[in-house]
Design a protein around this ligand. Structure first.
Ligand code: IPD
Ligand code: CA
Length: 253
């Protein structure tokens, strides 16, 4: 929590400052601040737990077995780079498990711009700034807000466009806000009823997925060797109908 708050503070301090871009593609940016935030998180976590490994968007530290941190230092980097205050820090802790191979047991998502800190401990209710949150109770798709992630690669974007066409007239609103971890935190808090995206990385969704489960929702995730993680998170009521409307993962081009 401490590490997430420290990185969030760094993001907040730089909210309006020009950002140094390390790398840019058509649909993605890597910032110097992504790296600085991860280093800060790494220092804090390694000071407290020197033997544990880390899977991070800006590099990983391997460890034999044992627990592993999963860190997205800035989720929503493009928003942050453009001065849009919708981005967060996402940290999960996983322990080895027989099935699935890795199992998040702690999840923290921190939005430094709204000062919202979501926390989850497996087996306990999810919390937002200390207060218990739950997924929505909406059962009608026509009243639902569904978030669709746009992704970064052509394949994911094509999938999103198809999903949008299939859903836009069936739901109350579609949203695509640019942070996978916050989309999951919003599902966990009942703001969104569901969230779907393909082409995700584990660090985008490990903490948020635990939040959704601890808030009573469903986190349905499938790893494709060539298309990253395909995800549908929902309030536990809308899953079957959404699955009928969402397109299959498109073939690679
Ligand atoms: C991205 C954001 C975005 C999602 C992408 C992610 P980043 O992470 O979560 O919402 O659509 O798939 O990779 O690059 O901002 O950390
Ligand atoms: Ca991310």
């Amino acid at each position: 929590m401490d590490a997430a708050r420290a990185a969030g503070e760094l993001m907040r301090r730089h909210r309006r400052a020009p950002k140094r871009v390390h790398a840019a593609t058509q649909h993605d940016l890597k910032l110097e601040l992504d790296v600085r935030c991860q280093r800060l998180i790494e220092r804090r976590l390694r000071a407290a737990f020197p033997d544990w490994g880390m899977l991070g968007e800006e590099g990983s530290v391997s460890a034999a077995a044992g627990p592993r941190w999963v860190v997205d230092p800035i989720d929503g980097t493009v928003n942050f780079a453009y001065g849009i205050p919708h981005a967060c820090v996402s940290i999960a802790l996983e322990v080895p498990a027989p099935e699935p191979a890795r199992r998040p047991v702690v999840g923290v998502v921190y939005d430094p711009f709204c000062e919202e800190l979501w926390t989850a401990l497996r087996g306990q209710p999810a919390r937002l700034n200390g207060r218990v949150v739950r997924v929505s109770e909406r059962t009608r798709l026509a009243e639902a807000i569904v978030s669709l992630g746009a992704g970064k690669r052509l394949r994911a974007i094509r999938h999103m466009v198809e999903a949008l066409a299939g859903l836009v007239h069936r739901v109350r609103k579609l949203r695509s806000m640019g942070s996978a971890a916050l989309a999951l935190a919003y599902v966990a808090s009942g703001r969104f009823d569901a969230y779907a995206e393909i082409g995700l990385h584990w660090w985008d969704i490990a903490a948020g997925g635990l939040l959704v489960e601890c808030a009573g929702g469903r986190f349905e995730v499938r790893e494709h060797p060539d298309a990253g993680f395909e995800l549908l998170a929902h309030n536990g009521r809308l899953g079957p109908r959404l699955k009928r409307l969402l397109p299959p993962v498109p073939p690679q081009t």
